[in-house]
Design a protein around this ligand. Structure first.
Ligand code: ZN
Length: 488
């Protein structure tokens, strides 16, 4: 089965922080999990490179806008290597060959459907948000996100008839044709939609927004973010009649969009409206994650507490960072990053947990390696049962995208194995047959834990496979380096 998974495309006006890392890692684990299941996975990420904020950031940096986004996109692309991510493609919205034709084609589809119209619009515009604000959005006359009074602005814009699709979007979410995970976000978006969808401004005058995709057949207008950025999910896989690409037919609709809670409305209200209008099927599901605070505080440049994932990885390795973000932050909720908690997790779960278990089992197993075994005769029924239960709980955690639960289940299995070894005390066993049986059972549990942990910790998985591996009915043990060296 095909599995097309996407992340949001990041806005490249600043370098990536640990919040970006969280989303990519979550999507990566889901992609790897589906690959293990034998699915034909296509994992897409990319960069959102248009808009006023980027234009101004480039100006401030004294750079040509294209050169600025070229350089900043590289920071995001580098995450692939830093965090050991397995995405298949990276789409950039400033790519005039790959992205623009499809975005413009989508625009023309909406226009042909009678869903785009031009209207004069006057309002309070926040440059930081790049959007018009209603009085209701303001706190003491200022945008609460930017602590800045919006400017009065009149514009003639193109509008998309989103209101027209309100009922249809609502019913598709209600009947889970478009599944929103977790439930709390589904309720949130449903109540937002039920309160009434308004038509959405889809363009800006080119003189105000010169950096973006030109509106087809209207050279004085530039596409606003919606038809530009959201279209990436289509253009990356070849949506455009000008590029004959059979991938689009195979891959669309997306099986899962992974996004942050701040862009839920765009993905679960505007995007479905656009797709319905264009006659395209909706994505099957949207998974929404929360935000990360650092030591209990919101990350911000002015506080100076932005955590760079590259710095963490350099010191601790990619897997410990992946582990912390997926275990400590409940998927779908907000969470906190704290260096103290991070090092605690490293020591207790990785060094003393998984690392220690592998070292103990392999050290003992090496004495009799290779070990031929018979699954039905040699593996205890209790061990089989524990492993089966762990596997089933893991599957259901993935189904509900509760990656923290999946990991905590694997760690229960690891603790169980630790306890098993402590109780059996194989180092004291003199009888060769009994010793062999205990090692087969411990090795078997470790093999199951390894399979389950590998999508989360791919590098560790590989290292474990060099120390314990199975061919047919033989377990091989070979002692190697410590998986997680102790912290100083
Ligand atoms: Zn603002």
């Amino acid at each position: 089965m095909k599995f097309y998974i996407t992340t949001a495309i990041d806005y490249v006006n600043a370098p990536p922080h640990i919040g970006h890392a969280l989303e990519k890692i979550q999507a990566d684990v889901l992609a790897r999990y589906h690959r293990v299941k034998g699915d034909d996975v296509f994992f897409l990420t990319g960069a959102d490179e248009h808009g006023l904020k980027i234009l101004r950031a480039a100006e401030t940096a004294g750079q040509n806008t294209q050169a600025f986004v070229d350089a900043n996109s590289e920071h995001f692309k580098r995450l692939k290597e830093i965090l050991n991510l397995s995405w298949d493609d990276f789409i950039r919205t400033s790519d005039q060959t790959r992205h623009w034709p499809g975005a413009q084609e989508l625009w023309l589809k909406l226009l042909a459907g009678g869903d785009l119209y031009k209207k004069k619009y006057q309002g309070l515009y926040c440059v930081g948000c790049e959007s018009f604000k209603t009085e209701r959005d303001l706190v003491n006359g200022k945008c609460p996100d930017h602590n800045q009074a919006p400017e009065k602005m009149e514009q003639e814009n193109w509008f998309f008839k989103l209101a027209k699709y309100q009922k249809e979007i609502e019913s598709k979410i209600k009947n889970n044709e478009l599944k929103i995970i977790p439930e709390s976000r589904r309720n949130e978006i449903l109540s937002f939609i039920e309160s009434g969808l308004e038509d959405v401004s889809f363009s800006r005058p080119k003189k105000d927004l010169p950096w973006g995709v030109p509106v087809p057949n209207d050279p004085d207008q530039t596409m606003y973010v919606w038809c530009d950025a959201l279209a990436n999910y289509l253009t990356a896989i070849g949506y455009s009649s000008k590029i004959q690409d059979s991938r689009f037919k195979t891959l669309w609709p997306a099986d899962l969009h992974v996004i942050g809670k701040d862009i839920l409305r765009f993905h679960a209200a505007i995007w479905p409206g656009m797709l319905i209008s264009a006659g395209l099927p909706l994505p099957k599901a949207i998974f929404v994650h929360g935000f990360i605070t650092v030591e209990g505080q919101k990350m911000s440049k002015s506080v100076g507490n932005i955590v760079d994932p590259a710095v963490l990885v350099k010191k601790y390795g990619a897997d410990p960072v992946r582990y912390y973000l997926l275990r400590e932050i409940p998927s779908g909720e907000d969470g906190d990053f704290s260096l103290g908690k991070f090092e605690d997790r490293y020591t207790s779960d990785l060094a003393n947990g998984l690392g220690n278990l592998v070292a103990r089992v392999v050290t003992l197993g090496e004495k009799i390696s290779p070990v031929k075994f018979d699954f039905s005769a040699d593996v205890d029924s209790e061990v089989k049962k524990i492993c089966n239960n762990a596997y089933q709980a893991y599957e259901s955690s993935f189904e509900n995208i509760k990656l923290h639960d999946a990991l905590s289940g694997v760690w229960s299995l690891i603790s169980w194995a630790d306890k098993y070894i402590n109780e059996k005390r194989p180092w004291e066993i003199k009888d060769e047959g009994t010793f062999r049986k205990v090692l087969i059972n411990a090795g078997y549990i470790l093999g199951v834990a390894l399979n389950l942990v590998e999508p989360f910790l791919p590098e560790t998985g590989e290292k474990i496979r060099q120390q314990i591996w199975f061919d047919n009915s033989v377990i091989n043990f070979k002692k190697g380096d410590n998986l997680f060296p102790r912290l100083n």
